[in-house]
Write a protein that binds this ligand. Structure first.
Ligand code: 9Z3
Length: 383
């Protein structure tokens, strides 16, 4: 959406689609899947988020409500996890993701009749509000003062945006009224993992009707609790002199000072999700790469290692108009129509027809989920 007619001059710049030559090389080492003892160690030694119990209770209510309506429920994870460097966090390492994939997909799942638990990075894009919240235009550009009798002031949506806004507003209100959308935020990798495990367990009563759509960009490395600095890491050293703290060794060019960060691999809990946390649900993970030669190989490796149902592979540079579905039987590409890349300027701009690849991804995932449910029902009947 563009409101350039009235916007303050804002260059159409996006940092989420770097040039290929600047893209991160993610040819990371291949980690093994986490076993039960890794789960115990991780969750016993890292602090649980303060909101865990509250979110757990809200999720339980949500699942019970939709179980009683025999509705399918999808857990969509979205946005990037952070790795704090300090306990009282000033600095952290972030994972790339605006939350577009997750927020857009959530809308299509709602359209397909699912209830959605949206586990997202705080302040990343949200279903429905995404159309207006992080736009290159200020939300005020969508508004105008309406003529009044002079005694009252009224604000309305500008006419050219009204049709789309009404459609988004109605869908949003419907989801709210019917309690179809539950928004739960995370920030750090540790809270994400605690919440993922908790929500998966709360979704167990749904059996095969539970779907896990893991689009969040999850950190591969983290600072374990026992090695994390309590306070802000200082750039130099302090010593006490005459009762005062004095800066004695400032960092600077030529000082030889370096900040060396020692990170441990994050246990790969997908295997635990498949085998223990959600054994009956359908599990779909995303694989992000930047090197086209690695993409399908890495998807196949993930599928083999974690034995889940589907890996959706995407390249950072092309993620807005092509993805690849890799399952045990086949590899198939989903692509927006040929001219979509030009229309969206490689995904940087909204296309003329607002083409969104999630409009292709989600119905295909829903179809596969339906087939899986059907197979389970058929197998139960024949046994
Ligand atoms: C993805 O690959 C998502 O599609 C994106 C979406 C993060 C690229 P945006 O939010 O981007 O639309 O800006 N998510 C999965 C990334 C990930 O961390 N996957 C892990 C991996 O690649 C496996 S769970 O190792």
């Amino acid at each position: 959406m563009s409101a350039s007619g009235s916007s303050i001059n804002t260059a159409h710049v996006t940092q989420s689609s770097p040039a290929i030559e600047n893209a991160i090389d993610r040819s990371a080492p291949n980690f093994t899947a986490a076993a039960e003892k890794d789960e115990t160690t991780y969750f016993d030694t890292n602090p649980k988020p303060a909101e865990l119990e509250e979110f757990s209770r809200i999720a339980e209510e949500f699942v019970n409500l939709h179980c009683s309506h025999q509705r399918r429920v999808v857990l969509v994870t979205s946005g990037g996890t952070t790795v704090p460097l300090e306990n009282q966090t000033v600095r952290f390492i972030d994972n790339f993701s605006a939350g577009t994939r997750g927020a857009t997909s959530a809308e299509y799942f709602l359209e397909a009749g699912y209830a959605v638990i949206f586990l997202h990075r705080q302040f990343s894009l949200l279903p429905y509000s995404r159309h207006y919240s992080h736009s290159t235009n200020c939300f005020l550009d969508f508004l105008a003062e309406a003529p009044t009798d002079g005694s009252r002031h009224t604000i309305v949506a500008r006419e050219e945006y009204t049709a789309k806004m009404i459609s988004v507003l109605r869908k949003y209100k419907h989801a709210k009224r019917e309690k179809l959308l539950l928004l739960l935020p995370f920030t750090t990798i540790t809270s994400y993992l605690f919440l993922l495990r908790e929500l998966a367990m709360k979704m167990r009563p749904l059996g095969g009707k539970a779907l896990f759509y893991l689009a969040a960009a999850v950190s591969d490395f983290f600072v374990p609790r026992e090695r994390m600095a309590e306070h802000k890491i200082q750039s130099g050293e302090f010593a006490e002199k005459d009762g005062e703290m004095e800066f004695i060794n400032p960092a600077g060019p030529g000082s030889g000072k370096k900040l060396i960060i020692d990170l441990d691999p994050v246990p790969k809990f997908l295997k635990r999700l498949v085998e223990s946390w959600a054994p009956e649900g359908m599990i779909v993970s995303f694989k992000l790469e930047t090197d086209p030669k690695l993409l399908i190989k890495k998807c196949t490796m993930a599928l083999k290692r974690y034995s889940h149902h589907l890996v959706i592979g995407n390249l950072l540079q092309h993620r807005k108009y092509e993805v690849v579905f890799v399952d045990q039987e086949s590899t198939s590409w989903l692509r927006l129509p040929q001219n979509a890349e030009e229309e969206t300027n490689g995904g940087k701009l909204p296309g003329k027809q607002n083409l969104e690849i999630e409009a292709l991804i989600v119905p295909e995932v829903v179809r596969r989920h339906g087939a899986m449910i059907w197979h389970v029902v058929a197998a139960t009947r024949s046994s």
